[in-house]
Ligand binder design. Structure first.
Ligand code: ADP
Ligand code: MG
Length: 469
């Protein structure tokens, strides 16, 4: 556990301890604090007028909700005497508790603290990602169908649904599409979309006490009917957050609420994922999205062209096929290439009719730009190897060791050694901090395989060609 996390843990424990204090314990705590105030203030008139009648109504997380006998008293405690109170709280309890002051009159009429949940304020659904503009093909059909069914019957069919794939293949799009569709068909259901990074963030703020009010699991219990969580992989190796996620997940699951999760890998491949979470994640339906096949890629291009207000007939079929073939490993790249083409034909070589030649020119530009900025480099080797094996560069530089990833990593080491003549240390650094000896052994493995293994020979040949282009 990291220092930071163990700190959060101890804060969390303190919080929980404070929360279980009984009413009478809280009352006596306040009595002791007031005693301190009385000593320090050393003015019995002031004390009697403003402090003596005050009491703690209840606690909100680690915040004391203090009732004062008049509005003026509440205002004064909140301003002029706040520092004094804080000092006395620290001396009495050894912790910093939050303070909220209310006038007795108001207590019955309105909630003392704004009870509206303050979690996930920044999380929104993107209305541009819908089922309607999701192009369905062989590679994503199952994930699409399952998503559609879930949006018809949230919580009833597959729970959780987990969709995994390499990046740029439509996970986030589908997640928002589910959310948008549920909002439309079941307007009474409360949908929350967030990334696991957002979740970590909220957890940290909650655990360190800077967010008072509802606890995170209470928030989920009351305010979330459909939980869409994107890129769960980032939660790995964060025990505090995983623990909280487990509680939240179990709460939602027990209430029959729909959970949909995306990941860049199958949960079994996620290093450092809590075993209980792994089991839960795959207990519903687990599906992957593959790179789009040619007709799907072409369909996506046509759909994007039309959506941009252009006429597909202005594009020669060969041009579309060329793009679809060249950028097939990720829809995101496909979109970038199309944007590049449109930019080129509007701004550089103005033409309305888009044929294969102009498409190649436009894309050539894209490749040149990339080449100029990075001649043959470690980064380029990693990117090329990643592309070759349908991995992301961060998988190669990361720590996960499936056989496929490990091989890609060893090949990257080998290429850096032979093409760049890099020292082992430098190679290790480029690959995310691997040590000297693992680089050496990686290079050796490839050298050995090259003697007998046809696939390895082909791979190195093809990669060397690509890198020399
Ligand atoms: P991921 O979350 O898997 O990394 P995204 O959902 O962000 O991928 O998709 C990347 C881009 O590609 C987005 O602009 C998305 O709209 C688009 N996209 C992906 N798959 C499809 C599809 N089948 N049809 C239409 N657009 C798609
Ligand atoms: Mg995504």
């Amino acid at each position: 556990m990291s220092r930071l996390e163990s700190d959060f843990f101890s804060d969390l424990i303190t919080l929980v301890q404070i929360m279980v204090e009984t009413v009478s314990e809280i009352a006596s705590l306040w009595g002791r604090i007031l005693q301190k105030v009385k000593e320090k203030l050393n003015d019995s008139n002031i004390f009697d007028a403003f402090f003596a009648a005050s009491y703690v109504d209840h606690m909100e997380g680690s915040t004391l909700v203090v009732v004062a006998n008049t509005g003026l008293a509440a205002a004064l405690l909140d301003t002029k005497y706040r520092d004094l109170l804080n000092a006395c709280i620290l001396e009495t309890t050894g912790t910093n508790l939050g303070l909220v002051f209310v006038e007795e009159e108001h207590l019955k009429k309105e909630a003392p603290v704004d009870k509206k949940p303050s979690f996930f304020k920044e999380s929104h659904l993107n209305p541009n990602y819908t089922f309607k503009n999701f192009v369905v093909g062989q590679s994503n059909r199952e994930a699409y169908q399952a998503s559609l069914m879930i949006s018809e019957n949230p919580g009833k069919l597959y729970n959780p649904l987990l969709v995994y794939s390499n990046s740029g293949l439509g996970k986030t799009h589908l997640l928002h599409a589910i959310g948008n569709s549920i909002r439309e068909k079941h307007p009474n259901l409360k949908v929350l979309y967030c990334t696991s990074a957002d979740f970590i963030n909220e957890y940290i703020q909650y655990a360190t006490g800077s967010k008072v009010g509802d606890s995170l699991d209470t928030y989920f219990k009351n305010e979330v009917d459909v939980f869409l969580v994107d890129d769960i992989q980032f939660i790995s190796k964060k025990p505090g957050t995983m623990e909280m996620f487990f509680v939240v997940f179990s709460t939602l699951y027990a209430q029959g609420k729909q959970v949909v999760i995306t990941s860049d890998q199958h949960p079994n491949e996620l290093n450092g994922l809590d075993q209980r979470l792994r089991t839960r994640f795959i207990s519903g339906l687990t599906l992957d999205i593959k790179a789009p096949d040619l007709p799907t890629s072409e369909g996506i291009l046509r759909s994007r062209i039309t959506a941009g207000g252009l006429d597909v007939n202005d594009f020669e079929a060969e041009a579309i096929t060329f793009l679809a073939q060249r950028f097939s490993s990720s829809v995101r790249e496909l979109e970038e290439a199309l944007n590049r083409l449109l930019f080129y034909t509007v701004n550089i070589k103005q033409t309305k009719h888009i044929d294969l030649a102009v498409t190649k020119e436009a894309i050539q530009g894209l490749i040149k730009v990339q080449d100029d900025s990075s001649k043959l480099s470690e980064t380029k080797i990693i990117a090329t190897v990643a592309d070759y094996y349908s991995l992301t560069p961060s998988q190669i530089t990361g720590k996960i060791r499936t056989s496929q990833i490990a091989m890609a990593r060893h090949i990257s080491m080998y290429l850096m050694r032979t093409l760049l003549d890099d020292p082992f240390e430098k190679i290790g650094q480029a690959l995310g901090g691997k040590d000297h000896s693992s680089v050496m052994s990686g290079v050796k493995k490839v050298e050995k395989a090259l003697k007998t293994d046809r696939d390895m020979q082909d791979a190195i040949k093809e990669l060397t060609n690509r890198l020399k282009k």
